[in-house]
Design a binder for this molecule. Structure first.
Ligand SMILES: Nc1ncnc2c1ncn2[C@@H]1O[C@H](COP(=O)(O)OP(=O)(O)OP(=O)(O)O)[C@@H](O)[C@H]1O
Ligand SMILES: Nc1nc2c(ncn2[C@@H]2O[C@H](COP(=O)(O)O)[C@@H](O)[C@H]2O)c(=O)[nH]1
Length: 199
């Protein structure tokens, strides 16, 4: 369902300014996105809504909009999401549509860091966007990064690694693959794909 306030769908020119970055857990999507923002502040990074509780250090409105189930339900019912998904079989995450449309209309390059199901929904809604898969140098390195991050317990790590196998198998669906063996180099590749001049 969409409400009367739902902004109209971006046209193809506007949609082409949108880049979707996906990839398995702990591959470094957040790290690379933060590096893009730090070095290319003209890129707008969408802030997702999630029902996941904040990790230590995460700030509401900066890392995520942390919402309860009732609020997420309302946002879904009112058509406020460009896409949303249950990720790792547990919490819900969604991209607020209005902010994306506003930035694309303003001519700004926009970046979404979302899961595979969300990327597929954006592909269906805005096929002119760019779809980038961030890949790990190896499976063992992916596991090392997940464990090294230290933000999930063993049960949650297992859950995330099960999803990771599915996400890795979907890599051929994407327009571009970038191997995150080095953050700066991966960022350079990503901004090139986004059509920005490297600095
Ligand atoms: N190129 C890299 N080399 C080594 N470590 C890296 C690299 N990129 C990211 N990391 C580290 O890997 C860990 C996971 O990174 P990050 O949290 O950015 O992953 P993510 O893909 O956003 O994960 P999730 O999907 O689970 O939210 C972090 O500890 C980060 O510092
Ligand atoms: N479909 C969407 N997926 C999203 C969104 N925001 C984040 N994510 C993905 O969730 C997982 C887990 O994130 P974490 O912060 O709990 O580690 C990660 O793969 C993100 O890409 C969204 O708006 N929609």
């Amino acid at each position: 369902m969409t409400s009367a306030a739902t902004p109209p769908r971006p046209d193809a020119t506007e949609g082409a300014r949108l880049t979707v970055l996906a990839g398995p857990t702990a591959v470094g999507k957040g790290t690379v996105s933060a590096d893009v923002r730090a070095r290319y502040p003209e890129v707008w990074l969408s802030v997702s809504a999630t029902t996941r509780p904040p990790r230590p250090g995460e700030v509401d409105g900066v890392h995520y909009l942390f919402v309860d189930d009732a609020t997420f339900d309302r946002m879904v019912a009112e058509g406020e999401f460009l896409e949303w998904a249950v990720v790792h079989g547990r919490n819900r995450y969604g991209t607020p549509r209005a902010a994306v449309v506003e930035r694309l209309r303003a001519g700004e390059p926009a970046l979404l860091e979302i899961d595979l199901a969300g990327a597929r929904q954006v592909r269906a809604a805005m096929p002119e966007a760019r779809f980038v898969f961030l890949a790990p140098p190896s499976w063992d390195e992916l596991v090392r990064r997940l464990v090294g991050r230290g933000t999930e317990d063993e049960e949650e790590r297992e859950r995330r690694l099960a999803t990771a196998r599915v996400e890795l198998a979907a890599e051929p669906e994407f327009d571009h693959t970038i191997v995150n063996d080095d953050v700066r180099r991966a960022t350079d590749e990503l901004v090139t794909v986004m059509g920005l001049a490297r600095r």
